[in-house]
Design a binder for this molecule. Structure first.
Ligand code: SIN
Ligand code: MN
Length: 288
């Protein structure tokens, strides 16, 4: 799937694109039916909520689960990002965020590129997030919220938050958020929140400021996030473990469009467990 000129223009203006019901219910079922067994695994790559045993974020399922390995090569997810970055991509991060009914915790205001720069030394923001809803997202189950156009500010001031949730994040303070929302239109469109059926997809700039509130509803909000980086812009430091920030910069080759409903062979390098090397970290900068 490629983007039209109009979509590309809109993306540059707003910093995101929304594609309601892009994947069929059959495609979504083949993904969501895999989630409970992935969340049951007692491995470090399953981050659980601070005050419960429910999974907040599962990392790197594309390296040990066939359905998610196919999603990681899906042309409806990869091609639009190649169109925008005009380069082959590698997978920087792959997450299945739970935000489970009643227990799903907040994601504070942040930019993803802030974390990728500060922690991973990713040279520029030539990277993108693309999310797919495995559950319907409504105003009740903690939808993502964006400040439209905020990506144009580049990297903004952030602080390393290690306490609010179970996952460390570079977060943006309230004064700056108020300013950005005001500039984006205040109560008239200064915050937006794309909502829709399972199978909907959102593409958003790595500098777009975003957050989500907690899920007090009885409805899960499982979503998958692919963070795709232009190959030439690969990270220059392995400060974080490899299941969080990947170190394989091989360009992604897409599978056919029907890959979620048909059998295709995919490589699962971590199917027998995470290699010891993936837990090793270093503050050393990699020279290109
Ligand atoms: C994220 O910002 O990485 C996730 C936010 C969410 O799932 O609500
Ligand atoms: Mn984020």
């Amino acid at each position: 799937m490629n983007l039209t000129k109009k979509q590309i223009k809109q993306f540059h203006k707003e910093g995101y694109l929304f594609f309601p019901s892009l994947f069929s219910q059959e495609e979504i079922k083949n993904l969501s039916s895999e989630v409970p067994k992935i969340y049951d695994i007692r491995e470090e790559y399953n981050f659980r909520e601070k005050d419960s045993d429910l999974v907040r974020t599962n990392f790197a399922a594309h390296l040990y689960n066939t359905s998610f390995a196919k999603l990681a090569r899906h042309p409806r997810m990869i091609k639009p990002v190649e169109d925008l970055l005009q380069e082959k991509l590698y997978m920087h991060q792959f997450k299945i965020n739970g935000k489970m009914a009643f227990e799903g915790d907040v994601w504070q205001w942040h930019q993803d590129y802030g974390t990728w720069l500060n922690d991973d030394l990713m040279p520029s923001s030539r990277a993108m997030n693309i999310a797919i809803f495995l559950d319907e997202v409504t105003e009740f189950n903690g939808p993502l919220i964006f400040i439209p156009g905020s990506h144009k500010k580049g990297v903004v001031q952030a602080n390393h938050d290690l306490t609010t949730t179970s996952y460390p994040l570079w977060t943006i303070n309230n004064n700056l958020i108020s300013e950005l929302v005001d500039r984006a239109g205040g109560r008239e469109g200064g915050i937006v929140s794309p909502k829709g059926k399972a199978g909907s997809m959102i593409l958003f700039d790595s500098c777009l400021v975003h957050a989500s509130s907690n899920n007090l509803s009885p409805f899960n909000r499982v979503s998958v996030y692919l963070s795709l980086c232009a190959v030439s812009n690969h990270i220059r430091r392995f400060k974080r473990k490899e299941y969080i920030a990947h170190r394989d910069f091989t360009p992604i080759e897409c599978l056919p469009d029907d890959c979620l409903v048909k059998d295709y062979k995919v490589n699962l390098p971590w199917k027998d467990g995470v290699p010891e090397s993936a837990y090793q970290t270093s503050l050393k900068e990699i020279i290109k």
